[in-house]
Design a protein around this ligand. Structure first.
Ligand SMILES: *Cc1c(COP(=O)(O)O)cnc(C)c1O
Length: 453
């Protein structure tokens, strides 16, 4: 039997991040000021981010050098392993060759430290004292808490209320790294107080928690804001995933015909896909690239490509993205994560250009795929990652139907060790499928800001 694991030595950690922006056939849509609706400049973002990250946000350099202190931290778990899913292939009785990149080997258990570390580094370089952020299930919060501690920054996290109550282990992890965690909506901000006044029992949402974190950062010169997905610089940092895959697929003597990733804000998907998409734009092999999202929060497949706010209280600039409307909150019964109302502008733009495909899967199908994967490969995927697993299994079964062997590469973006309650609920038959109703999409989209484009 061929090798199943492809490991690169430490010195193969990429030396630069891969910037897809200058390689696209059409430039990205500009970011607009929420008041004037005019394009913003770098100075408008300065209260929130250090200049080095703002420069990356608008960079047109094809490569951005990774600072040595960041590569030093990456060394703890990067390059991440690539596996061939031999036992899964046998279980599916498919002629497909299935590969997965495993990002769950990071200390926080997902791809998120790969951007948390450079974000903490550049803030420290800029003399910032504290980082403030939001977190849903706690993956991002724990990643930023760890990175902040490594670089001697304080870290404050607004955690979506329902997760704060239901996921005490991730909260404990953040606190172990030294972060301060508040349930959102909180009484600490005007945004939080406004929500609490209207609905004292609010479960919170990512959009609300973002408003709180942005408000704190904007009001304190020593505090900056950090976001774990969506923004161009976050997607940029994640491209080490795909760059490592280039070399590992070469070790495997194979080349992906299909790439699959799950999409919440789009960062792990971009991480694996952008280097391949860029190479295809430059005349290289052209794999199909499939983004998989939950049917309960279907921004790419049911959202509108329009200018919208990134948060609920409308403090952020306007970006053009696939959105379900900034007031959208997925139903409480949705256990699969990926709950953000919008999508990264870069991923949205690339879908609009027809360079990728998107599909939505129901949560029962996602968990069934995750259990099948765990039983074959021994890794319990994060609920988010189950969407990518479901997408990859579908592609493999299609190979079987068509009697062809294709190479499928997907991003296993994290493990599910902190999310076992959702597996317990799945096994107990407590999860339900949910299709986001078209009327509700229309209602939420009716509140989009009035921008012509
Ligand atoms: C945060 C997270 C996601 C969703 O974010 P993206 O930016 O879409 O990658 C997906 N999977 C895991 C494991 C996460 O922690």
């Amino acid at each position: 039997m061929d090798a199943v694991k492809f490991l690169l030595p430490e010195d193969r950690i990429p030396k630069a991040w891969y910037n897809i922006a200058p390689r696209l056939p059409k430039p990205l849509w500009p970011v607009l000021h929420p008041g004037t609706l005019q394009p913003i400049g770098p100075a408008d973002l300065e209260p929130l981010f250090p200049m080095a990250l703002i420069a990356q946000e608008v960079s047109t350099d094809p490569w951005v050098e990774i600072p040595e202190p960041v590569r030093d931290v990456y060394r703890q778990w990067r390059p991440a392993p690539l596996y061939r899913a031999r036992r899964l292939e046998m279980a599916l009785d498919t002629p497909a060759r299935i590969y997965y990149k495993y990002e769950g080997v990071s200390p926080a258990g997902s791809h998120k430290p790969t951007t948390a570390v450079p974000q903490a580094f550049y803030n420290k370089e800029a003399g910032v004292k504290r980082l403030c952020t939001e977190t849903g299930a706690g993956q991002w919060g724990s990643s930023l808490a760890m990175a902040s501690r490594f670089f001697g920054l304080e870290c404050k996290v607004f955690m979506v209320r329902v997760s704060y109550d239901q996921k005490p282990y991730r909260r404990a992890l953040m606190e172990t790294f030294g972060a301060t965690v508040s349930a959102s909506p909180s009484p600490e901000t005007a945004s939080g107080r406004a929500i609490l006044a209207a609905s004292p029992d609010s479960n919170g949402s990512l959009g609300i928690a973002i408003s709180e974190a942005v408000e704190i950062a904007a009001g304190d010169p020593h505090t900056k804001y950090a976001l774990g997905s969506v923004l161009n610089h976050v997607l940029l940092h994640q491209t080490v995933i795909g760059l490592e895959c280039f070399e590992q697929m070469e070790m495997a003597g194979d080349e992906p015909d299909v790439l699959v990733g799950c999409t919440g804000g789009g960062s792990n998907f971009a991480g694996i896909a952008f280097p391949y998409l860029g190479r295809a734009l430059e005349g290289g092999p052209k794999p199909r690239v499939v983004a998989v999202e939950p049917a309960a929060c279907p921004s790419l497949t049911k959202g509108r490509f329009a200018y919208d706010f990134g948060d609920t209280s409308h403090l952020t600039p306007l970006v053009k993205m696939h959105t379900l409307g900034s007031t959208y909150v997925p139903p409480g019964l949705h256990a699969g994560g990926l709950r953000y109302h919008g999508m990264a502008p870069l991923v949205s733009h690339i879908l609009d250009l027809g360079l990728i495909e998107a599909r939505a899967v129901q949560q029962l199908d996602a968990f069934a795929a995750g259990v099948r994967f765990a039983q074959a490969e021994g890794i319990v995927p994060a609920p988010e990652a189950n969407h990518a697993v479901a997408g990859a299994i579908d592609e493999a079964l299609r190979c079987k139907e068509e009697g062809v062997s294709r190479a499928i590469l997907f991003n296993l973006c994290g493990h599910g060790h902190f999310d076992m309650q959702s597996y317990i609920n799945y096994a107990a038959g407590k999860l339900r499928n949910y299709d986001y109703p078209s009327e509700e999409v229309a209602a939420a989209l009716a509140g989009l800001p009035p921008v012509a484009a």
